[in-house]
Design a protein around this ligand. Structure first.
Ligand code: ADP
Ligand code: MG
Length: 291
């Protein structure tokens, strides 16, 4: 909507997990390197955890690009509220297994065959499950069993479970002790630091075609966006997108803290100290009231 006005070739702050916009903060770089290492070294179970909106799905999309570039077979399960039957059906579909996809036994046979074949060719196969904190216990148990398949060179199936911090708590449950013991790599995504958040916004604006010395978001505004979003990329995107829309409506190419106030108010956004600020404002207006 505002792209032509600002001279962007595409929307800089879209909410889709597009790897083309991937910003490699130190921790994102490290987490992605860990995921790739875990797959290459056939480590078996890898867990990627992080609060809502910290970039887990985006990172998995980057991993998907890597796997495709290496011709590594993988199944990507992004809807985790599924039954055991649906789980096997999805695996069969993604890996294009030639079998009756609704029969768990047949899927297991066909999967085993694929794993053997790929292992003989010196390759591995990957199972990625996003939103894994939502998985039913029965499905987690099936995943644990799949993780048992191995030969002398390592695990035949590399399993990546990504999810919110509840996932870690779920894996702490006594009935999942065996699965937990098998997790060899853990990656965690934390919210951005101020420096990362500033670079993140600049990299997205740059990717969308803004000149490097952009002044759409002045320094002080970016610091305020970092504070109010608490460094969560998804919230940063929502704030920035709304800011650009507001500036466009006001026909100006520079966003301001006043605009941010309005955007936060419309989004009903709360951040540490926001209530205090608001109650101070209402105290002041109370003092000003003549009654
Ligand atoms: N490192 C990053 N580089 C670019 N965009 C990111 C990054 N991390 C998060 N985002 C953006 O933040 C939003 C939320 O990310 P997402 O991967 O959906 O988070 P999660 O899966 O952890 O809830 C998306 O719009 C995504 O593009
Ligand atoms: Mg996600």
């Amino acid at each position: 909507m505002y792209n032509a006005f600002f001279g962007f070739s595409e929307s800089p702050f879209s909410l889709s997990p597009d790897p083309a916009f991937f910003y490699r903060s130190e921790q994102h770089e490290e987490a992605l390197a860990n995921l790739i290492y875990g797959v290459q070294a056939r480590k078996g179970f890898i867990v990627l955890s992080g609060e809502v909106g910290t970039g887990k799905t985006t990172m998995l999309e980057c991993l998907r690009d890597y796997l495709e570039s290496q011709y590594i077979e993988f199944a990507f399960i992004f809807n985790s509220r599924i039954s055991v039957e649906q789980f096997f059906e999805m695996i069969a579909y993604d890996l294009d297994l030639a079998c009756t996809r609704t029969s768990k036994t047949e899927v297991l046979f066909a999967l085993n065959e694929l794993l053997m074949e790929q292992t003989q060719d010196g390759r591995t196969v990957v199972l990625i499950v996003d939103e894994a904190h939502n998985l039913e216990w029965e499905v987690l148990e099936e995943i644990r069993l799949l993780g048992n398949l191995e030969n002398r060179n390592g695990k035949l199936l590399q399993i990546i479970l990504a999810g919110q911090p509840e996932l870690d708590r779920k894996l702490d449950a006594p009935n999942l002790r065996q699965l937990k013991q098998r997790i060899v790599l853990r990656c965690n995504l934390q919210p951005f630091t101020l420096r990362d958040a500033v670079e993140y916004m600049q990299s997205r604006l740059g990717r969308a075609g803004a000149p490097p010395e952009q002044n759409i978001f002045p320094e002080q505004l970016m610091a305020e966006i970092h504070l109010r979003s608490q460094g969560i990329p998804r919230v940063i995107n929502a704030l920035c997108d709304n800011l650009l829309l507001t500036a466009f409506a006001m026909e100006t190419k520079v966003c301001t803290v006043e605009m941010l106030d309005e955007v936060c108010h419309d989004m009903r956004l709360e951040w540490p100290g926001s209530r205090r600020t608001r109650s101070r404002i209402s105290d002041e207006s109370y003092e000003r009231t003549p009654y």
